[in-house]
Design a binder for this molecule. Structure first.
Ligand SMILES: *Cc1c(COP(=O)(O)O)cnc(C)c1O
Length: 418
């Protein structure tokens, strides 16, 4: 039966409310920038809409393509990493995917370090493979292996320093040199360095991307980690110093619709001023814990790039510690628990920790622990890794002493030596 809509109560008019004439005075300044939220952005006239320049941040077109809030964050992140252009995306993994989709086409090949962030490998084996883009893994500790694997169809080389879980620090400048010589684009997943431990666009420390400097082409970064610092925001960035490459990435970004929410951008803007202090604090705590592990017989191998004997330590020194004793490292390290302990014992140790929570990601205030199955993650067991069960720790901002007491009690309870 047809409903009778004719005698609905009149809707009160809010036209005056929606088109209210009041405009607050310009010139408001405070420590934090305002948050601008929009899908629609107004143009004063149709002609202005048609002429609007969207490529260089001189104007606005649509919320998806940038607001004052996202422009501001992009500029600050570019400055932090020594880049010139930045695109924000909804996660660190989206940053890696954007790079791949922007520069690769059917028939191309991408080279990935065997110790790379796992989901980057999964993307290559999933969508990229379906699109007819091949991939191969290279030995991250052997720049010659990378060089050997570059063929005429190699279009992109991924770099990561250090590897996500096993923490080997590669000879980054040498690998970038190989890419330069062969004319292949190189993209660094710079989540660990965060623009603080080293400068991805000035690897020799002599030119900030200018003439004579050695630079990656692209720095991708999971802002989810240190720039957010809260364990509460997902975001990523893709930073470049080449206008044409940036435009290629920007067009792909537009076509994919990879916008970020203004409130999330604001959260990162709020955390950014303290990133230097937090990074140094995470680093200091991680080194205190790593030093403690070195004294424990349960530790077959310590994987922290700032420690003597750790895989790639000399490369970390050369890139990050040019004035010895001043180098930074993130709050991340792994321990190979001696092979005499079963997976179940190592799991019980992780479960037995009270301050360390079990969970992915890192960079927030809470310390985290995850055991990893290296055999399942690599093509072959790497020669430089001892046998055992790998456990990765990421330090939060708790007191190092409290964290060491926590490690001590869980080791005593679950990893007995006798
Ligand atoms: C966390 C992480 C990512 C992905 O970031 P999300 O925001 O979680 O998608 C990429 N690379 C590295 C090295 C990471 O640690």
């Amino acid at each position: 039966m047809q409903k009778d809509h004719s005698n609905f109560p009149a809707v009160p008019s809010v036209t005056g409310l929606i088109h209210h004439p009041y405009i607050p005075p310009a010139g408001f300044e405070a420590p934090q920038p305002g948050v601008f939220k929009a899908s629609t952005v107004y143009f004063p006239t149709v002609a202005a809409m048609r002429q609007r320049e969207w490529k260089d941040k001189s104007a606005y077109t649509y919320g998806l393509h940038g607001t004052p809030t996202t422009y501001l964050l992009e500029e600050r992140l570019s400055a932090l990493e020594g880049g010139l252009q930045c695109m924000l995306v909804p996660s660190g993994l989206a940053a890696l995917a954007l790079v791949a989709l922007a520069v690769l086409k059917t028939g191309d090949e991408v080279l990935i370090p065997d110790n790379a962030y796992g989901p980057n490998k999964a993307l290559a084996d999933g969508e990229l493979r379906h699109f007819g883009i091949t991939h191969r893994f290279y030995d991250p500790m052997d720049p010659d292996d990378l060089s050997r694997q570059i063929t005429p169809s190699t279009r992109l080389v991924w770099l990561e320093a250090p590897g996500s879980v096993s923490m080997e620090f590669p000879d980054l400048p040498e690998m970038v040199r190989h890419c330069r010589e062969r004319g292949v684009l190189c993209a660094l997943d710079n989540t660990w360095g965060a623009g603080l431990a080293f400068k991805p666009f000035d690897l020799l420390g002599d030119g900030a991307g200018g003439q004579g400097s050695l630079a990656v082409d692209i720095s991708a970064h999971a802002l989810t980690k240190y720039p957010s610092g809260g364990g509460d925001v997902l975001m990523g960035s893709v930073i470049t110093r080449d206008a044409a490459l940036h435009l290629q990435i920007k067009l792909c970004h537009m076509r994919l619709g990879l916008g970020v929410a203004a409130n999330d951008a604001e959260t990162v803007l709020r955390s950014l001023p303290s990133i230097g202090l937090r990074y140094a604090a995470h680093d200091q705590t991680a080194r205190a814990l790593a030093a403690w592990w070195q004294t424990q017989p349960q530790c077959a191998q310590l994987m922290h790039p700032a420690f003597e004997g750790a895989p790639g330590h000399a490369h970390w020194q050369a890139l990050c510690d040019r004035e010895p004793g001043t180098g930074l490292a993130a709050g991340l390290f792994s321990v190979m628990i001696d092979a005499r302990f079963s997976q179940a014992q190592v799991d019980a140790f992780c479960d037995g920790l009270k301050l360390f929570k079990i969970g992915y990601s890192w960079g927030g205030p809470v310390s985290l622990v995850v055991p990893y199955d290296i055999a399942a993650m690599r093509q072959a067991w790497p020669g430089h890794l001892k046998s055992g069960t790998l456990v990765r720790f990421s330090t939060g901002l708790e007191s190092a002493q409290d964290l060491i007491l926590d490690l001590h009690q869980a080791v005593q309870a679950h990893l007995p030596m006798a």
